[in-house]
Design a protein around this ligand. Sequence first.
Ligand code: BMA
Length: 340
Amino acid sequence: MPKYQMIAPALPNIPWQEKPQGHINSPLWRYTDNPIIGRNPLPGVARIFNSAVMPYEGKFVGVFRGEQTNGVPYIYLGWSQDAIHWDFEPNKIPFVDEEGKPFMPIYAYDPRLVKVEDTYYIIWCQDFYGAAIGVAKTQDFKTFVRIENPFLPFNRNAVLFPRKVHGNFMMMSRPSDSGHTPFGDIFISESPDMQFWGKHRHVMSRGNNWWEGLKIGGGAAPIETSEGWLLFYHGVTNTCNGYVYSIGGAILDIDNPSIVKYRCQNYLLTPEEWFEERGFVPNVTFPCATLHDPETGRIAVYYGAADSYVGLAFGNLDEIIDYIKDNSKTTADDTEIGRR
Ligand code: BMA
């Protein structure tokens, strides 16, 4: 009998591999054929990484950060039967604004994809006189309507919750500066309509543990579970040789997600494999999505690797939650409501 429950639609075709024998030090293990997306995945695009996927009509759809050969990142749509092998649409996603006119951000990166009720939302980072949050909605993956800038600059890593809480959309984000910011905590904001955001609260701070001492940012859309919202996020440390990005885990209160119930003091995954340690930006593992199946407790984590590849890791809900709880260390910044 599973110990904990996931509240989500069943996903019997989730990609999966069993835990290898002898695996230690983390409840996540890597897919043996990683990376799942290699270099030069389509004409004009040099690298795909930091990307998000979702089930759609029996198959899978994804929004992918494609670094063009001119160096500018943009978002591309991809389709897959198994969520491992992907076919990409050759053109950038053709957003339109709310009047139906074409809208093309100057750049767009680190997309997340979240379904709330009957609408899919893409959330990314784009220029708004500096790095800020972009949002668009679609119901058919043909028409993508961009919603005007939800937040002020500078901000990144916006992650929408998969359902409303107390009737409002909930979005995490990470206010920062416009460069390779050397600071950043996770905050949460509420909206009745995806247009107007308020009730901003602090969720959790950087600096708790060495591997996440510099900055943190939301990763995959949180998974609703019987213990709370399961969040995979990224944490960054600064070394004499540059930043290192690891994947962390926390569980947020189900009714008041600005309250952290448990926060794992150990990372769940850190750069160890060649495709994580070597690439355009070495030593980056950057989670942007999960697939998850409530019937089996299986979770597949999609993460960008070294700003060059997409990696896939697997874990089991019970083991992940127990690992986070057994190794939890929270501070007052984490456990308070985050309203000052
Ligand atoms: C962050 C973001 C991510 C990137 C990471 C490492 O600031 O720009 O897109 O993966 O840096 O370069």
